[in-house]
Design a protein around this ligand. Structure first.
Ligand code: TUI
Length: 310
C-alpha cells in the first residue's frame, strides 16, 4: 500500500508507532522500523542527553528511517529539538502543544515534521507553519487527548489541509487502517497495540491489563485541569475521579499521578500506576511481534480495500 506518507517517509507500510512516554524506547522503535513501518522514540520528559543515547541505540538496531516524538509540555523540549537535528533524525512528531517555534530549526535541517493535532484549527495552523503532514488524533486514543472522535475528526482535517493526514485513535487492525483510508487518511498511527507488543519493554502486568481490557474499561482523568488523559480504570483513576468531583486543586491531583506512569511501565504497578491505553484495548487479545502487527494490519487492509498484490 503506497501513499504520500510511505513516499514522504521512505517506509514500506503506512503505519507509524506512537511516541509514547516511557514505552517508546529504542527497542520498540527499531522493531517497528525493521518491520517496514515508522518506529518513533518518545522523548516525553527524558533529559536530552538520554534522548541522544536512545537515538544512537536505535541507529545501531536499524538502518531504516525512524522518528522522535517531542512532547511539548516538557520544559526541556528546546534541547530535545536541537538533539534530533544534531543526530540527523529524519522525522519528528510532536504532541500536547503547538510546535511552531521549532519549525524553522527542523525545516532548515531537512527534518520531516509531523505534528499530532486534535482539531481542524490546529491542523490548518500547522500546515501554514510548514508541517509536512499531520497526525489527526481522536479522543479514543490513550494518554493526553482532545475531544473529537477519530471518525469525525479525520475527514474534517482531510478536507481542511492539502498535506497528507495520518489517522490515530481507536485503530488496532486492518479494518481500522482500511477505514482510515476511506476517510482520506494516508497512514495510521497506533499506540496501544504496540504497548502490548513482544518487543515492548513494558511490564507484563501492564500488557496483561491491555490484553484483558474490555471496550468500556478506560477512564479519562484530568478534565478539570485541562489535561485530559485516557487510561485503563483502576484504583488510581477511581481516586483521581473522586477527588476531581470533590473539586480538588491541581497540586492535590498531581500528587496522585507523580511517577505513576513509570510505576506502571517499569514496576508493573497496575493498582496505583497510570495505565495509559486507548479505547481499542478491548480488541487486543494477545502479545504479537511488531512484524506480525505491521504486516498483519497492512495485509488485512489491502484485502479489504481490494489492493491485494499491488
Ligand atoms: O500528546 C499526546 N499524547 C500524550 S502526551 C502524554 S505526556 C502527558 N502526561 C500527562 C499529562 C499530559 C501529558 C501522554 N499522552 N497526543 C497527541 C496530542 N496532542 N493529543 C492532543 C494534542 C494536542 C493538544 C493541544 C495538540 C496540540 C494542542 O495545542 C494546544 C495549543 O493550542 O497550544
Amino acid at each position: 500500500m503506497k501513499t504520500r506518507i510511505t513516499q514522504l517517509l521512505g517506509i514500506e507500510r503506512p503505519i507509524l508507532q506512537g511516541g509514547m512516554a516511557w514505552v517508546a524506547e529504542h527497542h520498540l522503535a527499531a522493531a517497528v522500523s525493521n518491520a517496514g513501518g515508522l518506529g518513533i522514540i518518545g522523548a516525553a520528559s527524558m533529559p536530552w542527553e538520554l534522548v541522544r543515547e536512545e537515538i544512537r541505540k536505535c541507529k545501531a538496531l536499524t538502518d531504516r528511517p525512524f522518528g522522535v516524538n517531542v512532547m511539548l509540555l516538557n520544559p526541556n523540549a528546546e534541547n530535545v529539538a536541537r538533539v534530533v537535528v544534531e543526530e540527523g533524525v529524519q522525522v519528528v512528531t510532536t504532541g500536547a502543544g503547538n510546535p511552531a517555534k521549532f519549525m524553522g530549526l527542523w525545516k532548515e535541517a531537512g527534518v520531516r515534521v509531523i505534528p499530532v493535532v486534535a482539531s481542524v484549527a490546529m491542523a490548518k495552523l500547522m500546515e501554514r507553519a510548514g508541517a509536512d503532514a499531520v497526525v489527526a488524533e481522536g479522543m479514543e486514543s490513550g494518554g493526553h487527548i482532545g475531544s473529537t472522535t477519530t471518525f469525525a475528526l479525520v475527514p474534517q482535517v482531510v478536507d481542511a489541509v492539502k498535506i497528507p493526514v495520518i489517522a490515530a485513535g481507536g485503530i488496532a487492525d486492518g479494518r481500522g487502517l482500511a477505514a482510515a483510508r476511506m476517510l482520506g487518511a494516508e497512514a495510521v498511527q497506533m499506540g496501544t497495540i504496540f504497548v502490548a507488543a513482544k518487543e515492548s519493554i513494558v511490564h507484563e502486568n501492564y500488557k496483561e491489563k491491555i490484553i484483558k481490557a474490555k471496550d468500556v474499561d478506560s477512564a479519562v482523568t484530568g478534565t478539570s485541569t485541562g489535561h485530559p488523559v485516557r487510561c485503563i480504570r483502576n484504583k488510581m483513576t477511581r481516586e483521581y475521579l473522586k477527588l476531581e468531583k470533590e473539586g480538588a486543586d491541581f497540586m492535590e491531583l498531581e500528587k496522585l499521578t507523580l511517577g505513576s506512569l513509570r510505576a506502571a511501565v517499569i514496576d508493573g504497578d497496575v493498582v496505583n500506576g497510570t495505565l495509559m491505553a486507548g479505547q481499542i484495548a478491548g480488541l487486543i487479545s494477545k502479545e504479537m511481534t511488531c512484524r506480525e502487527i505491521v504486516e498483519g494490519v497492512t495485509a488485512q487492509a489491502e484485502e479489504l480495500l481490494g489492493l491485494k498484490g499491488e
